[in-house]
Design a protein around this ligand. Sequence first.
Ligand code: SF4
Length: 249
Amino acid sequence: MEASILKSEKNRAVLLLQDFKLSLVNAIRRSILNSVKTLAIEDVNIFKNYSSMYDEVLAARLGLIPIKTPVPLPSAHKEFTFKLNEMGPKAVHASDIVPSDPDIKPVLGDMLIINLKNGESVDLEAKAVLGDGTEHAKFSPGHVFYHFYPVIDVKTPKVKGAAKIASLCPVDILSGEGDTLAVRKGKLQDCILCMACQDYAGQDTIKISSDSNKVVFDLESWGQLDAKDILSEAITSLEGELKQIAENV
Ligand code: SF4
């Protein structure tokens, strides 16, 4: 088994996993979605809501705002409070929320919460707690998926309409300049195996298949945690659960 990094950014990690059992790859994916803990707003005390948005909708919108989560994780019972007191006319964004701890704040300040019209206002206090994806999807740390490593065989590089074929690729990995069809350098792993190019041009021109011994594992963080922290938390959690089973059998 061999693992290498294809892309490593703060909010994105793409790994190439060779000769791994798919069951293990999927267990890591599920551990990311269900076991990695992040902070999210759970309770909202609304003191005043003179807006057109129902209390429940306002609270649900606040719950969906990704909150920066420190590493190492805070204790399970620790709560972080936020205040929001705004008067219209104003577009209220996540950056208007005032956190009790300046480091524990919304990841994306420009997320719109509510548009307050003239004379409308809200005054509330919210509490964020740690949770995981089994409690609510708002705690899930990101989007994660995997697919087999693509194999693209351009059988007829010189083809009329190469630019049209290339333009069908939704991830822009094909080039078709001067009626020459090719895969852009370093872009092969981005192919999502949608088959659009092959369906249009035919297998005699371009043939798409995949290598089932190689898996591209793609993780995008919503921003609460860095991608590498999500991976390491997921693997630690999975190891802990397996250890517990081993100790009990
Ligand atoms: S299969 Fe889809 S993603 Fe892959 S090269 Fe063809 S059009 Fe692009």
